[in-house]
Ligand binder design. Sequence first.
Ligand code: OGA
Ligand code: MN
Length: 293
Amino acid sequence: MAIKIRPLSYAIGAELSGVDLNRPVDEATRAEIHRAWLEHLVIVFRGQDLTPQRQIAFGRMFGELDDHKAVPFYRHPEHPEIYLITNKKIGGKESQTKDTGRLWHSDHSFTTHPTTATMLYCREIPPVGGTTMFANMYLAYETLSPGLRALLDKLEAVHSLEHYTSHNPYFSARDPAQIAKMHELSPPVAQPVVRTHPETGRKALYVSEGQTSRFVGMSQEESNGLLQFLFAHSVKPEFTYRHNWNVSDMLMWDNRCTMHLALADYSHEHSRHMHRLTVLGTPCGRRLEANEL
Ligand code: OGA
Ligand code: MN
């Protein structure tokens, strides 16, 4: 059966129908999905009745999967490739992934091998809210003036987990010793401000409110104004799509040219439970030298 593609907003996102991910996906279908993903950046499969094994098999068709060794606590008990984004208790304790993604970000941009694709499969969703927003960072770049683009093309910016945790109000609930350990495992990195997508060759803006603190070689004060402008510019409504989840939706997004935001638009009295796969990325960025910190 041919795949049907229906755009979900002007800027980003498309729904793919006519494919059952619970059955083996052949190479021609995989290639069609891959093309649609490169074109629409976020793709949505609805009504997928996916076992963990099938979700993992599908994910592997797009690259090697993270086994989440660094954060073993949130792994699916039987499938280390599946990471739980959930507000349900884990091992009798409050989940610390319940407020994941509350600032705009691109997954793992604070490492030198940021995630290529994230696949998020919805198992439970509150009756209202629990939505996720996405922004098209190609458009964010292309709509800047030639003068600013030429300046940004040459710059790098500092991305860090520390920036994320210290600016995210929801993180205050977390264990400080665990946060310190996370910072130690992920020292700050320099990323290009404009990232050339390795598959499409298009340039995308690669800074985010959640993870970018300043430009490399510039002070905080010098960086602030321009960064604030870029953060606001990138998430103008006309560059975005907001996904209202239904149980059994499977989303796949491209972290090389998008950002996303998990909105706190629901009550934790209701369960929100997602199975996430992380497709490992290719190298991007570099460790900061001691004199650049
Ligand atoms: C993520 C993430 C968003 C959400 O899994 O990387 O940011 O809406 N999740 O759960
Ligand atoms: Mn994320």
